[in-house]
Ligand binder design. Structure first.
Ligand SMILES: Cc1cc2nc3c(=O)[nH]c(=O)nc-3n(C[C@H](O)[C@H](O)[C@H](O)COP(=O)(O)O)c2cc1C
Length: 391
């Protein structure tokens, strides 16, 4: 048996080396009013970089305008590159690396905000955008696949060290993986090999573009947390295909559906009134009345995705990133002891961007995040932890 790695020591991720094994997970920033980088966005990533993470992930860089969750979201185009370059330079100056999360929101996109119809595996009503999505044609799939490769190319031009492809949360590729959302009868629907074609096609295109110039990772749902959705056995097979073709350097394991069961991603309290406040009537009232059903709460526990992730660790060889309720040195050490190569942290770093440095100084440092999830509705106005007093 090989020795358990030190989570705070340098580690290779594909062709790059990180100063440690702690990754800032993508937490959509809501800081790009013109769909371009702002100083606020740069500062949002500079802080965890200065605070000790090995890699910070810029969420969420859409690969096409209709793939944005809403119209102010950054999408990858030549115009976005100079701002992104300033961002990667600021992160590098703090000694950390930067990843761009690239993907297409598919049925999660707000079509009314984007002014463009949403795309998904099948025609589907998105209650937040109050619009039907359009079933993606083979030509749409080919275009979106190419757009992922182009986004990777632009990320390299902007100085990113890695791209993370979004295969989770019932975004486009994830909606194709879901037997519930994908009822197609063509070559992209039916058995798993067909449902996985979009994800695998995207991963191949990105890998081909990236080569070994940057690391390529993917964020994959282990399960959707929705009856009839993707389950662990199928997800494991997709992970195996990604591994066997050498398409990714590591997999970040996630769960949940931004469309059908968002709290499954997070666990903890459901911030229904704060979420409703971001929507006009009649949606506001609808969310207040039925929000407890849409935002169904799940009890929080540290390392809440570990049980499912263990199956992936047992059956796969490729490097895995454990995510979900990693908040202390003890949970990080547990992840390492169980064979995960990296850990990713979301909310705890919103609460304390310097948490990793503080844990390095004192391994008994507790996290101040109380998983109230009130950071979640702040994505509409500039993501932050509402428990931090304004500066
Ligand atoms: C405010 C907020 C925004 C998020 N935005 C994204 C996103 O854009 N893309 C993504 O893949 N996950 C997103 N997530 C999910 C996190 O990456 C992570 O999967 C989740 O918070 C669980 O990790 P944690 O327990 O360390 O917070 C978001 C989470 C939060 C709290």
């Amino acid at each position: 048996m090989s020795a358990v790695p030190d989570v705070l020591a340098p580690a290779g991720l594909g062709p790059i080396t990180l100063r440690n094994r702690v990754i800032k997970a993508a937490t959509f920033e809501g800081m790009t009013p013109d769909a371009l980088v702002t100083d606020e966005l740069i500062e949002y990533h500079r802080r965890p970089a200065a605070g000790g993470v090995g890699l910070t992930t810029v969420a969420y860089c859409a690969v096409a305008p209709e793939g944005r969750t809403e119209r102010r979201q950054l999408w990858m185009r030549p115009e976005a590159v100079p701002g992104l370059r300033r961002l990667t330079e600021a992160v590098h100056a703090e000694g950390a690396a930067a990843a761009a999360q690239i993907g297409h929101a598919g049925p999660v996109a707000d079509a009314s905000s984007n002014g463009l119809p949403g795309l998904s595996a099948g025609r589907f009503f998105n209650p937040l955008g109050m619009r039907f999505t359009r079933a993606a044609t083979a030509a749409d799939i080919a275009r979106v696949t190419r757009a992922h490769a182009e986004a990777a190319r632009l990320a390299i031009e902007a100085g990113f060290d890695a791209v993370e492809i979004h295969f989770g949360h019932n975004y486009l590729a994830s909606s194709f993986l879901s037997p519930l959302l994908n009822r197609r009868t063509d070559e992209y629907g039916g058995g798993l090999a067909n449902r996985a074609k979009v994800a695998l096609g995207i991963a191949r295109a990105v890998r081909e573009e990236a080569g070994d110039r940057i690391a390529v990772t993917a964020k994959l749902n282990m399960r959707d947390g929705v009856r009839g959705g993707l389950e662990v056995d199928d997800s494991l097979q997709v992970a195996r295909w990604l591994q066997d073709e050498g398409l990714v350097d590591a997999l970040e394991l996630t769960a949940g559906s931004s469309l059908l069961n968002p709290m499954y991603l997070f666990r903890g309290d459901a911030p229904v009134p704060e979420f409703a406040a971001n929507f006009k009537q009649p949606l506001n009232l609808g969310i207040r009345l039925f929000g407890k059903r849409f935002l169904r709460a799940y009890p929080y526990e540290d390392a809440f995705l570990l049980e499912h992730a263990r199956r992936f660790r047992a059956e796969l060889d490729l490097p895995l990133i454990l995510l979900g309720g990693i908040t202390t040195r003890a949970t990080m050490d547990q992840a390492m002891a169980e064979g995960f190569e990296f850990v990713a942290m979301g909310r705890a770093l919103l609460r304390e961007p310097d948490l990793v440095a503080r844990i390095a100084a004192d391994p008994s440092t507790p996290s101040l995040c109380v998983h109230c999830n009130r950071c979640m509705p702040t994505i509409y106005t500039g993501t932050h932890c509402p428990l931090i007093p304004p500066r």
